[in-house]
Design a protein around this ligand. Structure first.
Ligand SMILES: Cc1cc2nc3c(=O)[nH]c(=O)nc-3n(C[C@H](O)[C@H](O)[C@H](O)COP(=O)(O)OP(=O)(O)OC[C@H]3O[C@@H](n4cnc5c(N)ncnc54)[C@H](O)[C@@H]3O)c2cc1C
Length: 446
């Protein structure tokens, strides 16, 4: 049997490796349009911040290891342009311009997502950049290393934009962040967003909320980035306004699409064609709280759905449990974490949400280094179920969030969560963990 995979990063290479491990006789072909495979995109902001690190440090496993040690027919510089489902072939073009065609028994689409670039003047100028692929990281690193970037403008305030604000400040670059909407992180409880805003301001990041982008132009003094009511002369503009799933191949082949135009898959990672699977950022997933389809492009899900596709192709029946939307990122000295639903999302899905947001402590009272920990918790008035949590703190937020994530997978109520046995020692938190305190307070409202 021949298993063909389009896309050679997290989902695609996880699937290729797993499939060969499950069945060493399986022919596995991977077609990747770039020369980069299997790298940590998540590490790019930290790598960019460090001028002494090579961007290629982020390559997890080089192409020749997949080819020579794992027997995977990995073809880089191969861009797939179409899928013919009735002939079970795919066609595309190599970097050299030569056309190619490959037949398949089972196909996996693992084409990921692309950064959204505003359809406005100047977004094709040198110095106007995005960060998604390793090549983008290479470009940004090379651009900055010339020393010509003194002022940078970041459009957008999502987690990649925020991580990059820290990276650029670490390099001594003046940073202005601009977005059209008035809220810094619209999904976040206001009290927690205030902590994040304070951290940005204390680290010299200038925030401009509520300014629509007008365009960028090249002037004699550098780039001129224009927004409604404000403008900047700078040397670099980073567009970080989100990503969109690379689902055109699937859509053109008549496969069903899901939320946000992602490729619709079932719990076995199969698309609406039983011989075609999809995994990673290009595909949708079930949300463990709502049981509805959602599109949350993150790394663990990409790797896991790649594994699931490979297992099912090699006849090891595997079902994807779904995602809870668990995410974490670092911003200067803050850890920012979330899992589950916000109040608005919960209400949109027909829950009757109640929330509390408390200020707890990262360590025991009076323990050296103690600081505040903001915890927001959401529960359902009708069923008592725990629906979501957000945590912002200088330490202890990142891994704490995994406790409510596990509770969401197990559909626990707030009451059950409030009675769980959590660890305590003074350097790590108070006796009553802030999550338990938040849950106890929420119980009074449910
Ligand atoms: C800066 C940054 C920081 C991040 N930080 C985190 C984090 O901290 N935590 C987290 O969970 N996630 C993070 N992510 C997200 C995470 O990197 C992605 O969820 C993950 O890489 C998705 O893997 P994927 O294989 O689905 O897609 P991708 O990594 O996008 O790979 C898709 C591959 O398919 C190839 N391809 C596309 N179309 C074609 C075609 N037609 N023919 C051939 N090849 C094609 C592409 O070239 C690409 O190599 C971050 C992402 C970025 C950019």
């Amino acid at each position: 049997m021949k298993f063909v995979i389009i896309g050679g990063d997290a989902a695609g290479m996880s699937a290729a490796s797993r499939a060969r491990r499950n069945n060493p006789d399986l022919e596995v072909v991977v077609l990747e349009q770039t020369e980069d495979v299997s790298y940590s995109a998540c590490g790019m902001p930290y790598n960019i911040a460090d001028p002494f690190r090579e961007i290629d440090d982020l390559v997890v496993r080089p192409a020749q290891v997949f080819r020579e040690k794992q027997g995977i027919d990995l073809r880089t510089g191969h861009r797939v342009l179409s899928i013919d489902r009735s002939a079970k072939t795919i066609a595309g073009r190599k970097e050299s311009g030569e056309e190619f065609q490959v037949d398949y028994d089972k196909l996996l689409i693992a084409t990921g997502a692309s950064p959204i670039m505003p359809d406005l003047p100047g977004f094709d100028l040198p110095g106007v950049l995005a960060l998604k692929s390793l090549e983008h990281g290479r470009l940004i690193k090379a651009f900055i290393s010339g020393g010509q970037v003194r002022v940078a403008v970041i459009i957008g305030m999502g987690y990649i934009a925020l991580e990059m604000s820290e990276a650029l400040r670490d390099l001594g670059i003046e940073v202005h962040m601009v977005k059209p909407r008035p809220d810094l992180l619209p999904w976040m409880h206001r009290d927690l967003a205030v902590m994040v805003q304070k951290e940005l301001e204390e680290n010299g990041v200038n925030l401009y909320l509520g300014h629509e982008t007008k365009g960028v132009e090249q002037t004699a003094r550098g780039l001129k980035a224009d927004f409604e009511g404000v403008g900047f002369t700078c040397q670099m503009v980073l567009a970080a306004i989100g990503v969109t799933p690379n689902s055109k191949l699937a859509a053109d082949a008549g496969l069903e699409l899901g939320p946000g135009q992602s490729i619709s898959i079932n719990r076995t990672a199969q698309t609406s064609d039983t011989d075609i699977y999809a995994a990673g950022d290009c595909a949708d997933a079930y949300h463990v709280v709502t049981e509805e389809k959602t599109w949350i492009p993150l790394a663990l899900r990409a790797n896991r759905s790649g594994y699931a596709a490979a297992d099912n192709v090699t006849l090891i029946k595997t079902e994807l449990p779904g995602v809870a939307g668990t995410a974490v990122f670092k911003l200067f000295d803050l850890q920012i974490a979330r899992t589950g639903l916000t109040v608005k999302e919960a209400a949109d899905f027909g829950f009757e949400p109640e929330e509390v947001c408390i200020e707890g402590r990262t360590r025991a009272f009076a323990h050296p280094g103690v600081s505040s920990m903001g915890v927001q918790i959401v529960g359902d008035k009708k069923s008592g179920r725990l629906l979501g949590m957000q945590i912002v703190a200088r330490d202890g937020a990142a891994h704490r969030i995994n406790a409510p994530a596990v509770a969401l997978h197990n559909k626990m109520t707030v009451d059950e969560f409030s009675r769980t046995d959590m660890a305590y020692a003074p350097p790590f938190g108070p006796v009553w963990d802030p999550m338990l305190t938040a849950a106890n307070q929420l119980l009074k409202k449910l």
